[in-house]
Ligand binder design. Structure first.
Ligand SMILES: C[S@@+](CC[C@H](N)C(=O)[O-])C[C@H]1O[C@@H](n2cnc3c(N)ncnc32)[C@H](O)[C@@H]1O
Length: 396
């Protein structure tokens, strides 16, 4: 079979999935091919059960407007949509996942992986939400509109904070039941710091959600920008929760020592993530949930590359991604070497943000294995690098 025939038969497979009410889990068309302009910025498809019939729900986004329609299966113009100029397509079926990326020349690069997924055909998106879109704080921070609907342009941010909460809750509960974090009470609330809080979407979300779950908490949002502090404080005043939320305009590294149980950070840029981790280690923060942002620290230090690894670093994009991976792996290792149990997990699908990793760490004071230290040393020595976090903590 020629390459062209092969990709045509794979496209036939995509059409079959999208037309099959028993197989389609979800499909997303997004991005824009060079010199092409699809009618919508993004189209998402999923099966939905309405009364006794399973229909194909299409949600099309253009600018800040989204349009939803329910079609009979088989009526969606998959081939036309694929050739309309989208750059990426993700098709998830119950038995496999297909990704299509179009090259600059418009050739589809199709990748299929075997993965089992379960269909969600109920109209239950509303029910499974942790944060009611009509919640006053979501309106005030600008995620929902005045009518209590998530603004299409803020949907990804909304999903990010929801998924963040979904990971926070079980980890927090298990730390409380293990006795590593005290049982929060109105007299002794959970103390939280949000590093690089920006517009405080996460700050307000965590505060509100924990309050709703009867977990009294006190939150400090730190951002170097004075305009963020002013804006966020004004919102806290309107919401009448300045007793339990405070905003400070300062650099994370300059922020004074504090008794914090939980440190959170969502996309604190570049080495601000290292500042947040260093601050937490120094303050013996008991639990950390930190989603790193862009990294440049190690990439700029990659000069003396250990011989076999030039196989990776000679490709610009791989060098960049490898730098990201090494940065986070070494961050996790430094946390481990300071008595934290640490995992790096994906907290949200990459169609909502490419920065979708989360460093989750809990302070157990476990004595690190000496091998952990020697492995860390071996890597930094062989790559001739000094990770920012190690530099801030003066750790080697
Ligand atoms: C990409 S934004 C993310 C904001 C917010 N966490 C969110 O997810 O919407 C990063 C924020 O970190 C702040 N920031 C960057 N470096 C910082 C530092 N060293 N100290 C304090 N804030 C910092 C920036 O001002 C910016 O508001």
């Amino acid at each position: 079979m020629t390459m062209k025939e092969n990709s045509e038969s794979q496209i036939d497979g995509v059409v079959e999935i999208i037309d099959d009410p028993n197989r389609l889990v979800r499909a997303i068309f997004s991005g824009r091919r060079r010199n092409m302009q699809p009618e919508f910025e993004k189209i998402e498809l999923r099966p939905i059960k309405l009364r006794d019939q399973v229909l194909l729900q299409t949600t099309s986004l253009v600018g800040t407007k989204s349009k939803t329609a329910n079609l009979e299966f088989g009526k969606f113009a998959t081939r036309e949509t694929l050739s309309s100029g989208f750059a990426n397509c993700l098709i998830e079926a119950t038995d496999l996942t297909i990704t299509i990326r179009f090259t600059k020349k418009g050739e589809p690069q199709i990748h299929t992986s075997v993965r089992e997924l379960v269909q969600k055909t109920t109209h239950d998106r509303q029910k499974s939400r942790l944060l009611d879109p009509n919640n006053e704080f979501l309106k005030k921070v600008g995620i929902s509109d005045g009518a209590g609907r998530i603004k299409p342009s803020m949907n990804d941010k909304y999903l990010q904070i929801e998924e963040f909460l979904r990971i926070l809750m079980p980890t927090l509960k298990s730390e409380i039941s293990a006795g590593r974090i005290h049982q929060p009470s109105p007299e002794a609330p959970l103390r939280i710091v949000d590093h690089g809080c920006g517009n405080a979407y996460l700050t307000f979300a965590v505060h509100n959600y924990l309050m709703e779950q009867d977990i009294p908490n006190q939150v400090i949002g730190i951002d170097q920008r004075e305009d963020s502090r002013r804006r966020n404080t004004a919102i806290a005043i309107e919401l009448e929760n300045t007793d339990s939320i405070e905003f400070r305009a300062e650099k994370i590294a300059d922020s004074g020592f504090a008794n914090a149980d939980l440190a959170i950070a969502l996309h604190a840029c570049d080495t601000a993530t290292d500042d947040a981790l260093a601050w937490s280690i120094r303050n013996h923060v008991k639990m950390l949930l930190v989603s790193p942002c862009c990294h440049h620290d190690l990439q700029t230090q990659f000069e003396d590359i250990p011989a076999p690894w030039t196989l990776v670093t000679k490709h610009g994009i791989l060098k960049e991604r490898f730098g990201d991976i090494l940065t986070d792996a070494l961050r996790a290792q430094i946390l481990r070497l300071h008595g934290y149990r640490c995992e790096i997990i994906e907290f949200i699908g990459d169609e909502h943000t490419p920065r979708n990793l989360l460093i989750r760490a809990t302070l157990t004071y476990a004595t690190p294995d000496p091998e952990d230290l020697s492995r860390f040393r071996e890597i930094v020595k062989s790559w001739s690098i000094r990770p920012k976090l190690a530099e801030i903590l003066d750790f080697s």
